[in-house]
Design a protein around this ligand. Structure first.
Ligand code: ATP
Length: 139
């Protein structure tokens, strides 16, 4: 069996990443999932969080928002609404988004209606994932 598995990450803007990896950790809907070459086939939803991939000495952390992942023994296909490579992450923008959404969630005197609450939570989670990824990639 090969020691690597081919990973592709696609967003509506096009292909984000394509390469052979030794290991991928992904935020599946029902919890973190680790994928090694030869993994049993599966399809799962992905939630906002971090993809962590490993190849030799290379470690890459990629923040994603919602999507899907298809795994076969030789391939991993990730299709997500957004994903940013390390050099694309705008840390200042993510900080501003985090502050804005925290204010929205904490500061609303009369409370948020449910839809606004869910949107603000999701926006906060995206900002936190981007900040965590930027931090992890700079180590
Ligand atoms: P913001 O409030 O800053 O727009 P958002 O979470 O609402 O953030 P998204 O709707 O998830 O933004 O993404 C819209 C587009 O902007 C996507 O292409 C995404 O990759 C990009 N993007 C969002 N935030 C950042 C960031 N901090 N750094 C780099 N790209 C970002």
């Amino acid at each position: 069996m090969s020691s690597t598995i081919k990973l592709e990450i696609v967003t509506p803007a096009g292909k984000k990443y394509s390469g052979d990896v030794e290991y991928l950790k992904a935020p599946a809907l029902d919890g973190e999932i680790g994928i090694l070459p030869g993994h049993a086939p599966l399809v799962t939803g992905l939630k906002i969080g971090l993809l962590e991939l490993k190849k030799g000495e290379e470690r890459l952390v990629i923040p994603i928002s919602e999507g899907f992942m298809e795994v076969t023994p030789d391939n991993i296909n990730v299709v997500v609404r957004t994903a940013e490579l390390p050099e694309e992450i705008d840390v200042e923008r993510a900080r501003r988004a985090k502050e804005r959404e925290e204010k929205r969630l904490n500061g609303a005197d009369v409370g948020l209606d449910y839809v606004d609450y869910v949107r603000a939570r999701a926006a906060l989670e995206r900002a936190l994932a981007r900040l965590k990824a930027a931090e992890a990639n700079s180590r």
